[in-house]
Design a protein around this ligand. Structure first.
Ligand code: TYD
Ligand code: MG
Length: 453
């Protein structure tokens, strides 16, 4: 008699395993995400060819092969990867459906193929002719770019070994299923099993593998959260459907810096690299209007200039609203409170909306001063000189505090033709004097108000 397969309940968001059904996941706090799935058999069913068979050895006997980094030739992508694709690494590319993950990876594969490398693009979402149509559209038809439409894990592994490509893309990991598990494709068990086996193969053969993962809100597909722990690098491809620019952001990278970004623009013939993001984000900026200011932010290792907008209007209902897009709304509330208390601006009866133009997200404290300046400008209805850049952290007593990489920010502003910088008082003393850039140092919010207009 065949033994009945054991089952357990798995959180479809984070992969938490529980012997009983529970409403709220103890792992990630999400509700109603537990689904019964067969557990992995305890007897090792990983075939010997998928085992790594490494032995312990002294670390100085291990070779670190920096040369093994494969350059994609797309500078924006290489930078986010920390200088190229590391041999044997697993890279998860997450993002909303329709954001352009398939397009991006097909272009990356095309770039690699045009260097003469044999690459394999495996899709479980589109037919071969659909992929070809897309490839033609973005000009990615290349002899050494192989495509495979397959969802069965065992076949995928077989073909990877057979073709022996330099890089593999699995688009997407949620469509892959293993016949060893009875649960549906896209469930936590399947996603974990497929990624585990692919990662082992990749480590063993040294073939880097890109895994595409969809981010879904409704929870019908396993969130890539489970995967984030398993892979070496996690990249998020994001952007606003209403805008044509896309940002690829490094969230985790075992072989390079995180929080690095690459900027692309989605055109009708695929993604185009944006090598001068400051210029790109400032193209539509209205000049000479109240409520708009340019801040110098650092994304990864790069300075970018972006416009912060604020709109301050009288509250029509009792509760004033605070809305923020692109910056933390709690940070905005905090800054409003500080402006009220020590800045001399009484904003208590006003709705305040803050937006970072172009849909960029800024999280560093250096944008505090920019948010404050934009709010003040809108509230007082006085435009800020369009050639002024603002940055600095604001403390709870209204003091303006120093931030890092000031010089890089000032240089970027200079390069973009700005002629005045409002920055924390303590910074760049002695250096950078003279030149075309006028440095205006402020100590606190009152100081800022005195110098802003
Ligand atoms: P896609 O790569 O299929 O997204 P994902 O794999 O993340 O689901 O991208 C789909 C979107 O990109 C679709 O809305 C059309 C758009 N697109 C362009 O604007 N230009 C192009 O050259 C291509 C190929 C797609
Ligand atoms: Mg796709």
């Amino acid at each position: 008699m065949k033994k009945q397969q054991k089952t357990a309940f798995f959180c479809q968001n984070c992969g938490y395993e529980s012997p009983k059904w529970v409403g709220k996941c103890p792992g990630c706090g999400e509700w109603n995400r537990f689904v019964e799935e067969p557990t992995k058999a305890t007897d090792s069913h990983v075939p010997p060819e998928f085992q790594l068979n490494e032995k312990p050895r002294p670390i100085d006997a291990v070779e670190a092969d920096e040369k093994a980094r494969l350059k994609t030739g797309m500078e924006e992508m290489d930078r986010v990867l920390g200088g190229g694709i590391v041999a044997g690494s697993a890279i998860l590319v997450g993002g909303d459906p329709g954001i352009g993950k398939s397009t991006l990876l097909l272009q990356v594969m095309h770039r690699l193929a045009s260097q003469g490398l044999k690459v394999l693009y495996i899709s479980g979402e589109e037919s071969a002719s659909q992929i070809k149509l897309r490839a033609d559209r973005i000009g990615a038809a290349s002899k050494s770019l192989y495509v495979l439409v397959e969802v069965a894990l065992e076949n995928i592994l077989k073909y990877i070994k057979e073709v022996g490509p330099a890089v593999v893309v699995i688009d997407s990991i949620q469509t892959v299923y293993s016949s060893m598990l009875t649960s549906a494709p896209g469930s936590v068990g399947q996603v974990r099993e497929a990624s585990e086996r692919l990662i082992i193969l990749s480590k063993k053969t040294g073939i880097p593998v890109f895994l595409v993962g969809h981010v879904t809100k409704d929870g019908s597909i396993a969130g890539p959260k489970v995967l984030e722990h398993m892979v070496d690098t996690v990249l998020y491809f994001e952007g606003d459907m209403g805008h044509s620019y896309r940002i690829i952001r490094g969230i985790k990278n075992r072989f390079g810096p995180t929080n690095e970004i690459g900027v692309f623009e989605m055109r009708d013939r695929g993604l185009v690299e944006v090598s001068n993001p400051s210029e790109y984000f400032l193209t539509e900026r209205p000049e000479g209007v109240a409520g708009s200011v340019v801040v110098a932010a650092i994304e990864g290792t790069r300075p970018i200039l972006v416009e912060v907008q604020a709109l301050v209007v009288g509250t029509s209902f009792g509760m004033p609203r605070r809305t923020a897009i692109g910056v933390d709304v709690n940070r905005v509330s905090l800054l409003v409170a500080v402006m009220d208390k020590v800045g001399g601006l009484h904003l208590g009866n006003h709705d305040i909306f803050v937006n970072v133009a172009g849909g960029v997200r800024l999280s560093e404290p250096a944008v505090d001063l920019g948010i404050t300046a934009a709010i003040a400008s809108s509230f007082l209805d006085r435009p800020i000189d369009p050639k002024t850049v603002v940055f600095g952290e604001v403390g709870l007593t209204g003091e303006v505090r120093g931030i890092n990489q000031t010089e890089v920010r000032v240089r970027e502003a200079e390069r973009m033709g700005f002629h005045r910088c409002i920055l924390p008082k303590t910074q760049l003393r002695g250096s950078l004097q003279g030149g075309a850039m006028k440095l205006c140092r402020v100590e606190n919010l009152r100081d800022l108000m005195g110098n802003l207009f």
